[in-house]
Design a protein around this ligand. Structure first.
Ligand SMILES: [Zn+2]
Length: 312
């Protein structure tokens, strides 16, 4: 009899392979796989959690770097992931869409039509995508500010210009359509939502790892001690519950850039252990060495006096 460590469902047949580290992050010589996760949970994890972790994060960009995906960024419809020009100058803060560059050896980007308004006191340009050209988003912008358009073509420029005029802004009489010369290199900074979906996916990798190193031992993994983490992974916090705060980022500054040295080793690292008192079980998860997450699998293991029977 097989029993799922997440939902508890039982089956006479063996469950499909669940990978401790999602397959989208690579195939390994000694694949870490489990057979204690049912097909329903397996499908839910891949379709609802892993897909976002693999596409709309910094780790997703590194996947592209390792040739594990065709595109470095999620589709235009994703609002979880954003890339902005980070080099000094008027384009600072301009949103761009990461793409494959012409020689396919690095990152390029596409322009996203935007309007910039200059803050006269600081000279800084504030950029707005078309969907944010609304008075409610432009509250801090003074009428009469200098306006600049970052557009890939004339049709976009005309459309955005009409929109700016319709909002009551006036434009100078000398409008010119200037092209920015091709740049050999522009720095960009990426950001993404470290939201519940991403946190639950990281927690799932950690709990999978615990299952792997403890031999998928049912009587251990199904203990109430793990109910908090299990429910969080499967369902997230209940509507009337606060987030249980079990997944943290331990290093916030990370270099994922193509020009910067690769993160140490460039591989994945998972360490699951007891805390020094032998009460809590936690896991450190680092995918590609990009960021380091800490997952609290169990804050206070009830049978901690018998902890030495689970030495891992
Ligand atoms: Zn299940």
């Amino acid at each position: 009899m097989w029993c799922c460590i997440y939902c508890g469902s039982q089956s006479d047949k063996q469950f499909p392979s669940e990978h401790v580290i999602p397959r989208s992050f690579g195939a390994f010589r000694n694949n870490l796989t489990l057979h204690c996760v049912c097909g329903t949970c397996n499908n839910f994890f891949s379709g609802q959690l892993e897909i976002h972790f693999a596409r709309a994060t910094g780790e997703g960009v590194v996947r592209y770097r390792h040739g594990m995906r065709e595109s470095p960024a999620p589709g235009a419809d994703s609002d979880r992931f954003i890339a902005r020009i980070s080099g000094p100058g008027p384009l600072l803060g301009l949103q761009v869409r990461l793409t494959v560059n012409a020689s396919r050896d690095g990152l390029g980007f596409d322009w996203i039509p935007q309007v910039g308004f200059q803050d006269e006191s600081t000279d800084i340009w504030h950029w707005f995508t078309e969907d944010r050209l609304q008075l409610e988003f432009l509250k801090g912008i003074r009428f009469g500010s200098k306006v600049c358009f970052a557009v890939p073509n004339r049709a976009d420029w005309k459309r955005l210009r009409d929109k700016v005029l319709s909002l009551g802004f006036t434009l100078g009489t000398e409008q010119q359509f200037e092209e920015i010369a091709p740049q050999t290199k522009m720095d960009a900074r990426i950001g993404w939502s470290f939201d519940e979906v991403i946190r639950r996916c990281v927690a799932k990798i950690a709990f999978n790892h615990l299952a792997y190193i403890t031999g998928q031992e049912r009587s251990f993994l199904q203990r109430e001690d793990f109910d908090t983490i299990r429910q969080y992974i499967c369902r997230g916090p209940a509507p009337d519950q606060v987030d249980p705060n079990v997944v943290f980022i331990r290093n916030t500054e990370s270099q994922l850039g193509f020009s910067s040295p690769a993160p140490i080793g460039g591989g994945h690292l998972i360490v699951t252990a007891w805390d020094v008192l032998g009460r809590a079980i936690f896991s450190h998860v680092s995918i590609f060495g990009a960021l380091s997450y800490e997952v609290m699998l169990c804050k206070n293991y009830a049978a901690s006096t018998a902890a030495d029977s689970w030495s891992f």
